[in-house]
Design a protein around this ligand. Structure first.
Ligand code: 9MJ
Length: 677
């Protein structure tokens, strides 16, 4: 009997939507624009509203909408969910391999084949499928019993409600890690901050908090993903005999697996993999806390078995921890180049994220209030990648009577000028300007820095020394330094003094954008300086500009325009600029192109993934020279995205929005074409 037409259309719609869903959320490769997807989903919902008796649990319309629970049910795992033993150094990894080989007892096996995978820092979970339909989702819990989070896992778009393809066992339990990628985490916390709600300390806690929601509508709003890495209970069918083949089979059935997974021969290659991934760790779009090595053959895995809760055939090699607990010894207030007063926590030194940390920025007084931090508190410090260490949480239960409240000083801690906090601003500022020694020092450091005049050998410490010894007061004094005075400085000597003078002399030949940037005007970064230079061509033209004409420059809004005019109208700034020019600082003027003649005028470009043919900075500069704005995120206003290998969510978003995407080769070809034109 042929099914009625409505049933046929429903089945077809569900299959098509599931396929598009998989392309989008699992393969990061959408095949249709959002509008088409929405149209299909809308049609499905319409048919289901007309015939509610035809709604099935695997329908893509049924991801969200279940009624909130009052509590999670317990789930007994049919096959225990194992945890992993840890190795913290290379020797422990080699010991693991030695134990594996000893146990396998075959003298001829020198190199065991291992599957290497990043260890995702999320929540371990199990998905149970009966005849290809998702019937249960559970947390790992203690390994024997977890919690039933079926309603919540159903909202995660990379988890199939119905398996794709065929050939799956009638009972299939797939296990993996549910995690929150960095961009979703940042967005979630940004929204929480806006609403004055509690922020999550790290993506792992955010993922756990999102799965612990009794109302799955809340979970549905969080960006969670699941990456699968092992099988559990299997019945009524078989899986391949190698770990990597199982994962590839999972992928065929619609699951996301980790793209970094590799099979290698022997522990030496595992160690190489560890180092490769450690170097890549900071550029991955999600948190990992180590690498997992698994004996690839399931037969050998069975021979090896497990002890208590951990398999003998796998081990996790952990990276240095990115979070540690330490004590805030004191809070000091630093004065920045623009007078911004930043509270900084002095910490009991602690090893975290691979380095010893003894200071952490606290940003501003609002942040201290939000954390409810007091001097003397024990805190969690997080240092991920190259970022500045941050205090992410206060351990209230360890607070003693010895703690002291943190108060913003009444006057600048350096020059004692009054401190002001403009209405609506979170940052408090010293009003001393160039009277303030701290601001002067920072201005000179900025002037000499790599992206500014790039004075070789004039580092932060030396600037401090020069100001402290009274050899310089402002940037223009740099060009009148004398060799003898320099050589007399502590840790200096004649040779270093001469080298420094040569570097200062060389820095006099600069470019207009560099000079503008070096002045340290508030909110004028490298890109804005370049834009200003290209638009005004000469310093004299810029000096007579007003806020209105400044705002015609790409990248310049009313606030930046105001800062520029204020800077250019300040007598002491003008005096310093005049002195610098008198000392011989010079640059070629820039020929101002007609606005329309810049080929990418008014366009916004985004660079994502790894660029292999040129440094990212250069790509950015070339685009800006052609008139384009280079943005950090993709939106409807983006004109083109250049995507290199490893591009993630920005690429997906561009495809989703129908924004043009080109690879680096095409990008370079275009640059060449524009250069010829
Ligand atoms: C994580 N967390 O990424 C396992 N894991 O395998 C990977 N965890 C695991 N494998 C067996 N990639 C038990 C746990």
């Amino acid at each position: 009997m042929t099914p009625p037409p409505i049933q046929q259309e429903l089945d077809q719609l569900k299959e098509t939507i599931n396929r598009h869903n998989h392309q989008y959320y699992v393969l990061d490769d959408p095949q249709v624009p959002d509008s088409e997807y929405d149209r299909l989903l809308h049609r499905l919902q319409q048919l289901e509203a007309e015939s509610p008796e035809l709604i099935t649990a695997d329908s893509p319309s049924q991801r969200v909408g279940a009624t909130p629970l009052s509590a999670f049910k317990q789930v007994a795992h049919e096959v225990p969910m194992l945890s992993l033993d840890n190795a913290f150094d290379e020797q422990q990894l080699r010991d693991f391999d030695r134990r594996v080989r000893d146990r396998l007892g075959d003298e001829t096996v020198v190199n065991v084949r291992y599957a290497c995978e990043p260890k995702l820092d999320g929540i371990a979970a199990s998905l149970l499928y009966q005849d290809g339909i998702l019937v249960r989702g559970a947390t790992r819990g203690d390994g024997s019993t977890g919690e039933d989070i079926t309603q919540n896992v159903r909202t995660i778009p990379s988890i199939p409600l119905k398996l794709l393809g065929s050939g799956y066992p009638s009972t299939l339990e797939v296990r993996g890690e549910i995690y929150m990628p960095h961009d979703g985490f940042e967005k979630l916390n940004a929204r929480a901050r806006e609403r004055d709600e509690k922020v999550f300390v790290n993506p792992r806690n955010a993922a756990a908090g999102s799965l612990r929601q009794l109302d799955s509508k809340v979970t549905a709003q969080r960006s969670l993903e699941m990456c699968c890495y092992s099988a559990g209970w299997i019945d009524g069918g078989e899986l391949p005999g190698q770990h990597d083949e199982i994962l590839k089979q999972f992928q065929q059935w619609g699951f996301r697996i980790n793209a970094e997974m590799q099979v290698v021969d022997g522990i030496g290659a595992c160690i190489d993999y560890y180092h490769q991934l450690a170097a890549k760790r900071d550029s991955l779009p999600y948190d990992i806390d180590g690498i997992v090595f698994k004996v690839n053959s399931l037969e050998l895995q069975r021979d090896l078995g497990f002890v208590t809760r951990a398999p003998r055939w796998a081990i996790a090699h952990k990276f240095p921890a990115q979070e540690e607990i330490t004590q805030v010894l004191d809070v000091e207030f630093q004065v920045g180049r623009t007078g911004a007063i930043t509270p900084v926590a002095r910490l009991e030194p602690v090893f975290v994220g691979g380095v010893t940390v003894s200071n952490a920025t606290l940003h501003n007084m609002d942040e201290i209030q939000r954390l409810d931090l007091m001097s003397g508190d024990y805190v969690t410090i997080r240092r991920a990648g190259d970022v500045i260490p941050k205090v992410v949480a206060v351990l209230k239960e360890r607070r003693t009577d010895e703690v002291r409240a943190i108060k913003m000083p009444d006057g600048c801690p350096v020059c004692h000028s009054p401190i002001e906090r403009a209405e609506g601003e979170v940052v408090a500022r010293c009003t001393g300007g160039l009277v303030c020694e701290a601001q002067r020092k920072e201005a000179i450091k900025h002037f000499a820095s790599r992206k500014a005049l790039d004075i070789d050998g004039l580092g932060d410490k030396l600037v401090e020394q020069l100001v402290d010894e009274g050899l310089i007061q402002s940037v223009s004094d740099l060009f009148h330094l004398q060799a003898e005075a320099l050589a007399a400085l502590e840790r200096m000597g004649e040779k270093s003094a001469l080298n420094l003078l040569v570097a200062i002399e060389a820095s006099k030949q600069t470019s207009f954008p560099r000079f503008l940037y070096s002045l340290g005007i508030r909110e004028v970064g490298e890109a804005t300086a370049l834009s200003l230079a290209n638009n005004f061509g000469t310093l004299d033209a810029l000096l007579v500009s007003d806020e209105e004409s400044l705002q015609e420059v790409p990248d310049v809004g009313p606030i930046v325009a105001h800062h520029i005019v204020e800077f250019m109208h300040n007598e002491s700034n003008l005096q310093i600029i005049a002195q610098l020019r008198e000392s011989g600082l010079s640059w070629p003027d820039i020929e101002v192109k007609e606005k329309a003649s810049l080929p990418l005028q008014g366009q916004t470009w985004v660079l994502t993934g790894t660029l292999e043919l040129m440094p990212r900075n250069e790509a950015k500069q070339q685009l800006q020279t052609l008139g384009a704005k280079v943005a950090g995120s993709v939106s409807k206003k983006t004109d083109c995205v250049v995507a290199g290998p490893g591009a993630g969510s920005k690429l997906t978003k561009a495809q989703d929005l129908g924004v043009e995407v080109i690879d680096e080769v095409a990008f370079v070809q275009r640059l060449e074409r524009y250069a010829e034109a």
